[in-house]
Design a protein around this ligand. Structure first.
Ligand code: NAP
Length: 263
C-alpha cells in the first residue's frame, strides 16, 4: 500500500525512523505545509515528499493523519470528498471515529492509531482500533506497518483515551526528572542522581517485561519488609502517590475529551 503521511512533525519523524530501522521498503510519501521539514525528512529517511496536498492524497492508498488535533478538521476540509476507496488512520489524540467517519465521504474507511515517539527505536507500542467496515486485508496492512516499529495492541475505541493518557513516554521522563530532582535535594550531584534514577526506573521494568516473575514478587524482592525501600514506598503511599498519578491521568482524559468536543 502506498502510504502518505499528512503532517511531517514529531510523530511522523519517529515513525519514519522506526520504519527505516526495520528496512520497511514500501512506498512512503510525506506531505506537510512546511517545505523545510519535508526536505529534512527526505534527507534523513529517504521518503518521497509532496507539498501539494491533493496530489499527495491522490497517490495514497493509505493516509495517516499526523497533524495536531486542532488542525485535523481544517486538513480534512482542505482534502474534501474522496470519490474512491481510501484507508485513513488518524493519530490525533482524543478525536473519535464518529467525528472523522463522514468527513472525506463514504468511500474512505477509518481507523485510529496511538503510537509513541519510542517507535523511533523500534521499541514502540501502538494501540489500534478499526471502524466498522474497515476491510480485513487493509487492517492487516495497517497492523504490519505499525508492527514494524514495535508491538501492536488492538483495543476498543472506548478505551482509546485511557490508553493515550497512560501510554506516554512522558511518564518515564517525568518520573526520571522528579526522582533525580528529589535525589539532588538529599545530596546527590545531578549526574549521579540522573544515573541512579534512570537505572532505578528502567532496569527493573525491563527485567519485569522480559521475565516471567510477577510484579508483586519483584516488588517484594526489591523492598524487604521493614527495610529502606519499604519505608520510602510507605511514605510515598501515605502522601497519596497513587492519588497524584490518578489525578494526572484524569486531567489527561479531560483534555482528550475536549479534543473530541472541539474537533
Ligand atoms: N508527538 C507524539 O508523541 C504523538 C504520539 C501519538 C499521537 N500523536 C498525534 O499525532 C499528531 C501529530 O502530533 P505531532 O506531535 O507530530 O505534531 P507536530 O510536531 O506539530 O506535527 C504536525 C505537523 O503537521 C503540520 N500541519 C498542520 N496542519 C497542516 C495542514 N493543514 N497541512 C499540512 N501540514 C499541516 C504542522 O505544521 P505547523 O508546524 O506549521 O503547524 C506540523 O509540521 C497529533 O494529532 C497527536 O495527537 C502524537
Amino acid at each position: 500500500m502506498r502510504t502518505v503521511f499528512l503532517g511531517g512533525g514529531r510523530i511522523t519523524s519517529a515513525l519514519l525512523a522506526g520504519l527505516c530501522l526495520a528496512n520497511f521498503r514500501r512506498p512512503v510519501l510525506v506531505h506537510d505545509r512546511n517545505p523545510h521539514k519535508l526536505r529534512r525528512l527526505r534527507e534523513v529517511y529517504g521518503v518521497s515528499i509532496g507539498t501539494d496536498l491533493h496530489r499527495a492524497v491522490d497517490k495514497a492508498q493509505l493516509i495517516i493523519i499526523a497533524v495536531r488535533p486542532a488542525s485535523v478538521a481544517d486538513l480534512l476540509r482542505q482534502i474534501g470528498k474522496v470519490g474512491r476507496p481510501l484507508y485513513a488512520v488518524s493519530l490525533a489524540a482524543g478525536i473519535p471515529l464518529k467525528n472523522l467517519r463522514s468527513r472525506l465521504g463514504p468511500s474512505v474507511r477509518w481507523a485510529r492509531a496511538m503510537p509513541s515517539p519510542a517507535s523511533r527505536s523500534g521499541r514502540g507500542l501502538t494501540a489500534l482500533t478499526f471502524d466498522r467496515g474497515f476491510p480485513a486485508a487493509a487492517a492487516r496492512e495497517v497492523r504490519t506497518l505499525f508492527g514494524k516499529v514495535g508491538s501492536v495492541l488492538e483495543i476498543p475505541e472506548s478505551k482509546f483515551d485511557a490508553f493515550t493518557v497512560t501510554y506516554s513516554s512522558s511518564h518515564g521522563y517525568h518520573a526520571l526528572a522528579t526522582l533525580a530532582a528529589a535525589a539532588g535535594k538529599i545530596g546527590l550531584d545531578r549526574e549521579t542522581a540522573l544515573t541512579a534514577a534512570a537505572h532505578a526506573l528502567a532496569d527493573g521494568i525491563v527485567a519485569w517485561r522480559e521475565g516471567n516473575t510477577s510484579l508483586t514478587a519483584l516488588l517484594h524482592e526489591a523492598a524487604t519488609p521493614g527495610g529502606i525501600a519499604a519505608a520510602v514506598m510507605q511514605a510515598m503511599d501515605r502522601a497519596r502517590y497513587g492519588r497524584v498519578i490518578e489525578r494526572g491521568l484524569k486531567a489527561g482524559l479531560r483534555r482528550a475529551r475536549e479534543n473530541a468536543k472541539k474537533n
